[in-house]
Design a protein around this ligand. Structure first.
Ligand SMILES: Cc1cc2nc3c(=O)[nH]c(=O)nc-3n(C[C@H](O)[C@H](O)[C@H](O)COP(=O)(O)OP(=O)(O)OC[C@H]3O[C@@H](n4cnc5c(N)ncnc54)[C@H](O)[C@@H]3O)c2cc1C
Length: 511
C-alpha cells in the first residue's frame, strides 16, 4: 500500500473544496484534493453567484473569468395567473454597496470548470476516482485511507477537510449528528428551451394560490432554468419526468416548453451538523449545512466556509499565527449556517404552504410586497444586503474586537469607491492590513511598522461616512476582508495587543 504526506487533504471537489484548494494554494500550502467522481459535475444545479462570492473571487484573481461566463440578471418580473403583475429593473440594485452590485447567474457546471482550470494553473490537479474510505487522527496528524482506481493509499495530513457534500463520509466518520428535517415536498429543477412572455434577462417569480415557480436565464445559449415544487398530486409517483408535471409547470409559469435539456427532482432538507470541527478534521459546505435553494444561498455559503477556513489554515500552517485562530472557524460559520437554515426554512414554508390564507397572501399580497421592496432605493438596498451575503458579520466571535463609526469588529469591511480605485483592491494580497479613512499619522505608522503589516490610507469621503466608517479611525483587517479590530482614535495599542495575542505575522506567500 502506498503512503504519502501532505499539509491538507481536501475531500470533495465541488465548489467548496475547489475554493478551499485555490485559497490554500495561493498561500503556498501543500495540499491534495480528491474526488470519487470521474469528472466535474455535468449539471447546472446552483446558479446564483452572490456578490460576496464575487468579492472573494476578485481577491483570488479569478473574478473576470467568472463574470465573462455568466449572465447579469437585469430585471425582476412577478407573474400571477392573471399575467405579469410587475416588471422591476434590478440592474445595480446594490449600487455603492459592492463592486458587484447586481444579481448574477452562472450554472454550477461551468462555474466548477473555471475553478478547476485556475487550480490547475496554480499547479494542483484534482485527483479523480479517488474515494476517502476512512480516517483516524492523533495529536500530530490525520491518517486517511483513500482508494484510487482500485488501489489503496494511506495519506497522512496535518489537517483533513471534508467538502464532500450532503452525504459526507467525513461527517459520518466523525459521528456527527445532522439534526433538522426533510420537507414533504419535492423540488423540480429543469434547464429548458421555452417560448412565451418572460423577462429573458431577468428573474421571473411566478406566484399563485397553489405554489410558486422561478424562471431564470442560465446559459448564454438562451436556455432557462425552471424551479418549483412538484405538484402534490404527483408527489407520490415513483418516476417523475418533465411530462408528468408539464401542464402544471406551463400553467404557473405561462411559458411553453419546447425542449428539455436536463430535468431532476430532489427532496429538500434543512439540517446543520452538530459540529464543523473535531480536532484536525473539518467539514465545510453541504457536508455541514443543507437547506432549500430558495434565495440561492447554499453553494455561496459553502464557498464562504472555504474562505474562512482557508485563510486560517494557511496562516497557522505557515507559522504566521497562533493555532487558536483556527478555533474561530466553527463558531463563526456554524452560527451563520444556523441563522441561514432557520430563515430559508421560514421563507420556504411561506412559499410552499398549502393553507388557504398563505395561498391568498402569496397570490395577492406577495407581488405587491416584492414590488415595493425592489422599487424603492431603500428597499432595493435592503434586498441586496439580504441576498448578497455582504451583511455577514462575526461580531460575536472571540477574535473580533472594538468598533469605530458603525463598523464593529467582525463586520465585513464596508465597500467604498474612490476616484483612484476602491478600498477592496489591496485585499488581493490575501493578507492582514490596516485601513485608515482620513490621514494615518506618522506616529501610528511608526508604531505599526515593526509588525510588517501595511497601513493603507484612503480619503475620508462622503461615501466612506455613508458606509459607516469613522474619520481617522483604524481598522485591522483579516485576510478575508472582515474587520478584526476597529479603534476610533488611531490608537495603535489595541491593534498591537491583538497582533501579539494571535502571533500574527504578515507575508502569505501568494503564488
Ligand atoms: C439537483 C440540484 C439542484 C440544486 N440547485 C441549487 C440551486 O438552485 N441553488 C443553490 O444554492 N443550490 C442548489 N443546489 C445545491 C448546490 O449544488 C450545493 O449547495 C453545492 O453543490 C455544494 O457544494 P459542495 O462543494 O459543498 O458539495 P458538492 O457539490 O456536493 O461536492 C461534493 C463532492 O464530494 C465528492 N465526494 C463525496 N464523498 C466523497 C468521498 N468519500 N471521497 C471523495 N469524494 C467524495 C462528490 O463526488 C462531490 O463531487 C442543488 C443541488 C442539486 C443536487
Amino acid at each position: 500500500m502506498e503512503s504519502s504526506v501532505t499539509q491538507v487533504l481536501i475531500v470533495g471537489a465541488g465548489p467548496t473544496g475547489l475554493v478551499l484548494a485555490l485559497w490554500l494554494r495561493r498561500c503556498g500550502v501543500d495540499l491534495r484534493i480528491i474526488d470519487k467522481a470521474s469528472g466535474p459535475g455535468e449539471t447546472s444545479r446552483a446558479i446564483a453567484v452572490q456578490a460576496r462570492t464575487l468579492e472573494f473571487y476578485r481577491q483570488l484573481g479569478i473574478v473576470d473569468d467568472v463574470l465573462a461566463a455568466g449572465i447579469r440578471v437585469e430585471r425582476l418580473a412577478v407573474r400571477t395567473p392573471s399575467g405579469v403583475a410587475a416588471t422591476l429593473k434590478l440592474g445595480d440594485f446594490g449600487a455603492g454597496l459592492s463592486r458587484y452590485p447586481f444579481a448574477f447567474a452562472l450554472p454550477q457546471d461551468i462555474h466548477e470548470r473555471i475553478l478547476v482550470r485556475h487550480l490547475e494553473k496554480a499547479g494542483v490537479a484534482v485527483e479523480r476516482r479517488a474515494e476517502l474510505m476512512s480516517f483516524e487522527q492523533d495529536a500530530a496528524a490525520v491518517t486517511a485511507t483513500v482508494v484510487k482506481d482500485g488501489a489503496s493509499e494511506v495519506i497522512r495530513a496535518a489537517y483533513l477537510c471534508g467538502a464532500d457534500g450532503a452525504s459526507s463520509t467525513v461527517r459520518h466518520g466523525l459521528k456527527l449528528g445532522f439534526p433538522g428535517g426533510t420537507y414533504e415536498q419535492s423540488f423540480y429543477v429543469a434547464d429548458v428551451e421555452v417560448e412565451g412572455v418572460i423577462a429573458r434577462d431577468g428573474l421571473n417569480v411566478c406566484l399563485d394560490t397553489h405554489g410558486f415557480a422561478i424562471v431564470l436565464p442560465v446559459r448564454q445559449s438562451g436556455s432557462v432554468r425552471l424551479i418549483g415544487i412538484v405538484p402534490a398530486e404527483n408527489a407520490a409517483e415513483e418516476k417523475i419526468t418533465f411530462e408528468t408535471i408539464r401542464v402544471e409547470v406551463e400553467r404557473i409559469t405561462g411559458v411553453a416548453v419546447k425542449a428539455v435539456n436536463w430535468f431532476s427532482t430532489y427532496r429538500l432538507h434543512h439540517r446543520v451538523a452538530e459540529r464543523f470541527r473535531v480536532g484536525r478534521v473539518f467539514i465545510a459546505g453541504d457536508a455541514g449545512h443543507i437547506h432549500s435553494p430558495a434565495g440561492g444561498q447554499g453553494m455561496n455559503t459553502g464557498i464562504g466556509d472555504a474562505v474562512n477556513l482557508g485563510w486560517k489554515l494557511a496562516a497557522v500552517l505557515g507559522r504566521r499565527a497562533d493555532a487558536r485562530l483556527i478555533d474561530s472557524y466553527e463558531p463563526e460559520r456554524i452560527a451563520f449556517a444556523r441563522r441561514l437554515v432557520a430563515s430559508t426554512d421560514r421563507a420556504f414554508r411561506v412559499l410552499t404552504s398549502r393553507s388557504v390564507l398563505a395561498g391568498l397572501w402569496r397570490r395577492y399580497l406577495m407581488p405587491r410586497t416584492i414590488a415595493l421592496l425592489v422599487a424603492t432605493p431603500a428597499g432595493a438596498r435592503f434586498a441586496f444586503r439580504t441576498v448578497s451575503q455582504i451583511g455577514i458579520t462575526y461580531r460575536d466571535a472571540a477574535i473580533s474586537r472594538g468598533g469605530a463609526g458603525r463598523v464593529r469588529g467582525g463586520d465585513r469591511l464596508p465597500y467604498v469607491e474612490a476616484l483612484s480605485g476602491d478600498n477592496f483592491a489591496p485585499l488581493s494580497s490575501l493578507d492582514w492590513q490596516v485601513h485608515v479613512y482620513g490621514a494615518a499619522s506618522p506616529a501610528f505608522r511608526a508604531a505599526l511598522a515593526p509588525t510588517g503589516i501595511p497601513v493603507h490610507a484612503f480619503p475620508f469621503t462622503p461615501a466612506a461616512a455613508e458606509a459607516g466608517l469613522s474619520r481617522d479611525a483604524a481598522y485591522l483587517l483579516r485576510p478575508d476582508g472582515h474587520v478584526a479590530v476597529a479603534v476610533e482614535a488611531q490608537d495603535p495599542a489595541p491593534l498591537l495587543r491583538y497582533i501579539e495575542a494571535f502571533a500574527i505575522e504578515p507575508g502569505a506567500s501568494v503564488t
